[in-house]
Design a protein around this ligand. Structure first.
Ligand code: SAM
Length: 227
């Protein structure tokens, strides 16, 4: 938006236009935690795509870098094939790319978010997918999957962890980064521990830290190795 300081030298109508513009600049972050249905979630991200990066960066979004660092710690190579699930506008892919990963694909169910992700140049390919359903790709396709800020009540449900694990090769990695409310509230942490008890995966890393420190929200990062 054009920045103009109210000044006696500006006609009153210009000052009013700027003030109205400031008042109507829509913020989306708080609404994210009130979403209930998948349709609401999709509409929310379609509308937010244009300003998502700006609003989330204003709040010092920490998860993309935390997840990329954790994945790098357990990966034997940066040449591995990584699928960034719920890639959004591409902040999570950019963090992976900045950590040295070279072969990153991304998917999301929001076309507007995928359009943004395209412009990051962080991804080898991008495709539309609803991860609450089984992905239309073969089992054991990827060496690693990342799911950054996507496991949440109305977003990607805990059952989707099975869809993520299906596309990972044996001994491949899954990195998950999520808001603290969903680690406890939606039992993502419990689901991960159950998967490990069932012998599906090993939990290599689990760490509490920043999620959106600008909004006083902490979050968890977990790294699993599929058996
Ligand atoms: C908070 S954003 C996170 C985006 C990105 N990973 C990041 O860290 O900036 C959540 C993303 O999940 C996507 N999403 C939500 N539910 C989804 C679903 N069922 N299938 C695929 N993507 C979904 C949204 O469209 C949105 O882009």
């Amino acid at each position: 938006m054009i920045q103009l300081l109210p000044s006696p030298n500006y006609p009153i109508w210009i000052v009013l236009m700027v003030r109205v513009g400031e008042m109507t600049e829509e913020k989306f972050l708080n609404q994210t935690y009130k979403l209930e249905t998948q349709a609401e979630t999709l509409a929310h991200y379609e509308a937010w795509a244009e300003t998502y990066d700006e609003e989330i960066t204003e709040n010092d979004y920490a998860q993309p870098e935390r997840c990329a660092t954790a994945l790098a710690q357990y990966s034997t190579s940066k040449e591995i094939d990584v699928l960034d699930i719920g890639c959004g506008s591409g902040l999570s892919g950019l963090a992976l790319s900045n950590s040295g990963f070279k072969n990153i694909d991304g998917c999301d169910f929001s076309p507007a978010m995928l359009e943004k992700a395209k412009h990051t140049n962080a991804y080898r390919q991008l495709f539309i997918a609803d991860i609450n359903e089984e992905l239309a790709i073969g089992a054991e396709t990827y060496d690693a999957v990342s799911a950054v800020g996507v496991l949440a009540f109305a977003h990607i449900r805990t059952e989707a962890l099975h869809h993520m694990l299906r596309v990972i090769k044996s001994n491949g990695l899954l990195v998950v980064g999520l808001n603290e409310h969903y680690w406890e509230g939606d039992s993502v942490g419990d689901k991960i521990r159950t998967l490990c008890e069932e012998g599906v995966a090993d939990l290599l890393f689990e760490e509490y830290g920043d999620h959106l420190p600008g909004a006083n929200i902490g979050g968890w990062v977990a790294v699993l190795r599929k058996k």
